[in-house]
Design a protein around this ligand. Structure first.
Ligand code: HEC
Ligand code: HEC
Length: 377
């Protein structure tokens, strides 16, 4: 009898020990509160102004293209096409990133080109393949919208709207676009709701944080190390036939001052190398957050993968061809069931339903009453 008990206790201990050895890392909790920069604290009035401006096509070259043209609420604040539609007459060369949780990144864009949401908004509204707006012209347009004049004055205390304040207001609005943990199954599960996650998603989490090694790069509450890695994502097949995409890629490479040899050799996206000028950073892109993926297909910097299953197949092969690919990125030997479990886990990081975000009604432009009344500079 005593031997029996000892055996049973031993089995339990052994069982626990084995479980602990294989136990996944502590699951990351929900996202922490967003921290606004000291020179741009948020307020309800600023956020509301930013929301209007996000939808306002007057912040673009010909008044056709607002931020929301390429960041559609119903598409997870992204677009459905592999690369973005671009400014009319152009096509973008990268996948439109979601604005959900962008407030948590230290550097924005796939290659980390800008360091704040304020600078990002300016870059988006003026960039030739995004908003293509002339700054002085856009600022002048805002000054002809009486409601904006009132709102900018109330929020920023200036007599006339200023463009730098427009970027601040848009950034303040974007800082409110953070996943609601009450709507995210994984966050609910971590908070103690044991039924929030299907068994498949739980097995997927174990793979993600164990055998599949995803957590080495997709770590913390954002599921991103905020670092840059070259995975060798394949070229978008459409690129070979798409003249406008090739025009943009060549143009981007010229703008960014690549070497003559590099320019001549093709239209590759060099990623982080543009910023660092270090060829060892060639093809490195920022690890994206894995939140809200259910709503933001297609995936990767060039939208090369249409589904999460395709992304996982890619990692299962050990990634693609890139000189700077980490050597430890190796084929994973995942079974079909493993892949399904991983997809279930990834999907559990998205809100069940996106909050409704109807387009606001934009305040009208009005002619100014008399010459000389518009002396604000
Ligand atoms: C023509 C389409 C288009 C328009 C217009 C546009 N964007 Fe984007 N946006 C993109 C694409 C494409 C990217 C990724 C670009 C890159 O990495 O080079 C992006 C990236 C971003 C990011 C970075 C997210 C991250 O994870 O780093 C934010 C934030 C953003 N856009 C906000 C805005 C705002 C604000 C405006 C309006 C002022 C705007 N966008 C206008 C297509 C667009
Ligand atoms: C070496 C670091 C690293 C590892 C390991 C890694 N990823 Fe990634 N992941 C990235 C980077 C970097 C990108 C963006 C690559 C690009 O666009 O070129 C990415 C992109 C993704 C995307 C696309 C997200 C989007 O918004 O487009 C998904 C999904 C994803 N990874 C899931 C996984 C899964 C699942 C695993 C484990 C099987 C994994 N990753 C392992 C770094 C990593």
């Amino acid at each position: 009898m005593r031997a029996c008990v000892a055996l049973a206790v031993g089995a339990v201990l052994f069982g626990l020990g084995a479980a602990r050895a294989q136990a996944p890392a502590a699951p990351p909790g929900p996202l922490p509160p967003v921290v606004a920069p000291a020179d741009n604290p948020g307020s309800a009035a600023k956020v509301e102004l930013g929301r209007l401006l996000f939808w306002d096509p007057r912040l673009s070259g010909n008044g056709s293209t607002s931020c929301a043209s390429c960041h559609l609420p119903a598409l997870g604040m992204g677009e459905r096409s592999p690369v973005s539609r671009g400014y009319p007459g152009t096509i973008h060369w990268r996948n439109s990133q979601t604005v959900w949780n962008a407030a948590h990144y230290e550097r924005l864009f796939w290659d980390g080109a800008v360091g704040s949401l304020e600078a990002q908004a300016e870059s988006a509204a003026t960039g030739a393949v995004a908003g293509n707006g002339n700054p002085a012209m856009m600022e002048m347009r805002l000054r002809f919208v009486p409601e904006y004049v009132r709102r900018f004055r109330a929020v920023f205390g200036t007599e006339w709207p200023r463009l730098t304040h427009a970027w601040q207001a848009i950034a303040a609005f974007e800082r409110t676009l953070v996943s609601d943990p009450a709507r995210v199954p994984f966050d609910r599960w971590v908070a103690g709701d044991r039924d929030a996650l299907s068994p498949a998603a739980q097995r997927g989490w174990a793979l993600f944080s164990g055998k599949a090694g995803c957590i080495r790069c997709h770590e913390g509450p954002l599921f991103s190390d905020q670092r840059f890695h070259a995975l060798g994502v394949p070229r978008l097949p459409q690129a070979d036939a798409h003249v406008l995409l090739q025009v943009t890629a060549r143009w981007q490479n010229l703008q960014r001052g690549v070497s003559r040899e590099q320019y001549a050799s093709g239209d590759d996206d060099l990623g982080l190398e543009y910023l660092t000028r270090d060829p060892r950073d060639r093809g490195k892109f920022r690890t994206p957050s894995l939140r809200e993926l259910r709503h933001t297909a297609p995936y990767m910097h060039n939208g090369a993968f249409a589904t999460l299953r395709e992304v996982i197949d890619f990692f299962d092969r050990g990634g693609g061809d890139a000189a700077a690919r980490p050597a430890w990125l190796q084929p994973l030997g995942l079974s079909d069931d493993d892949k399904r479990d991983l997809v279930a886990f990834l999907e559990s990081l998205s809100m069940d339903e996106l909050p409704a975000m109807p387009a606001p009604e934009l305040p009208p432009t009005r002619p100014l009453p008399a010459a000389g009344a518009h002396d604000g500079r």
